[in-house]
Ligand binder design. Structure first.
Ligand SMILES: [Zn+2]
Ligand SMILES: [Zn+2]
Length: 316
């Protein structure tokens, strides 16, 4: 739908999308060109991929990861999808995510690799969180990073792309600055180099695009996307920083990109390549300790489950 006789900043045809951060208005076609160009710019600026490279896209079924997958293919990269089912105790959220991912794979005629985190771990996130006295979100995040990386290496991909966009990265940066989390600040960069057989290279090609711009893009493409936040994310603080960034952007368009890219510019260089540390004696993945965090998590969960079983047996 055209807004008040608005004209596209590129082609002068009727425009449907307003992008205040760039002081621009676009028609559907030119918005697509804009999104591709911004992704291409990020890929070059932060040495993400070489032309035609193979890349695995973490596809949740939300608008961002769907857009990322399509854009990478359009830019000529050999992009395949990876959907990691999380089973967060809300069947509908998981189902919608899987359906949207599969529909996209069909449209793109590209392979989608399906993994289930509970199957890979042998336990659900909740059981692991209880057994280790950790919050659901922190356990879920740790497991997700580990199994995404593992799936990527098992499938023979060297690069893993995720759909994090500018607002995500700016909110995370703001949170890390406020809390002075130096270790996380050190790693704040849209490309993290990998190490063969240990870490996949992690890239965020949408880091120059705002969430609202990707929402317009998904709408212009007519996709049905999995909506809503994770049903378990109630205790997380990131939404406050997201809200703060959104408010600043609304009052002062262009603030987000200046804040985020300005920070990276001042920093000047990507973080050092990951050290090839010792390996976990159980799973063989890189680890500082004899046993990695995940294997320790799982060991504690097995112990707790067997104690529970013994207690039930005694009762019976
Ligand atoms: Zn246009
Ligand atoms: Zn391990």
């Amino acid at each position: 739908m055209n807004i008040d006789g608005m004209k596209c900043s590129r082609c002068r045809q009727p425009a449907q999308h307003r992008l205040p951060s760039h002081n621009a208005r676009f028609c559907d076609k030119c918005l697509g060109i804009f999104v591709r160009r911004q992704a291409e710019k990020a890929i070059k600026q932060f040495d993400m991929l070489v032309p035609g490279q193979k890349v695995l896209v973490a596809v949740s079924g939300g608008k961002d990861s769907l857009a990322l997958w399509q854009v990478l293919l359009e830019l000529g990269y050999r992009a395949e999808g990876l959907h990691l089912a999380l089973e967060l105790g809300d069947g509908k959220f998981g189902e919608a995510s899987l359906e949207a991912s599969q529909a996209m794979a069909q449209r793109l005629e590209a392979p989608l690799h399906l993994f289930n985190m509970a199957e890979m771990a042998g336990f659900g996130v909740q059981e692991i969180a209880w057994a280790n006295k950790r919050s659901f979100c922190s356990v879920c995040g740790t497991l997700k990073r580990y199994y995404l990386n593992k799936a990527c290496l098992d499938l023979g991909f060297e690069v893993l792309a995720t759909g994090h966009h500018l607002d995500d990265e700016a909110a995370r940066l703001l949170g890390n600055l406020v809390r002075r989390h130096q270790r996380y600040l050190d790693n704040q960069w849209p490309t993290l180099e990998g190490a063969p057989g240990a870490f996949a290279k992690k890239i965020k090609p949408l880091c120059r695009l705002r969430g609202a711009e990707l929402k317009s893009y998904a709408k212009s493409q007519g996709w049905s996307v999995a909506k809503g936040a994770c049903p378990r994310s109630k205790g997380a603080t990131l939404p406050y920083y997201t809200e703060a960034v959104r408010m600043l952007e609304e009052r002062m368009p262009g603030t987000t990109i200046n804040f985020y890219l300005g920070y990276l510019e001042d920093k000047g260089a990507p973080p050092a390549k990951p050290e090839m540390e010792a390996r976990c004696s159980v799973c063989g993945m890189p680890s500082f300790a004899e046993e990695c965090t995940i294997c320790r998590f799982l060991e504690n969960t097995r112990k707790r489950e067997s104690t529970k079983r013994d207690a039930l047996k005694d009762q019976g």
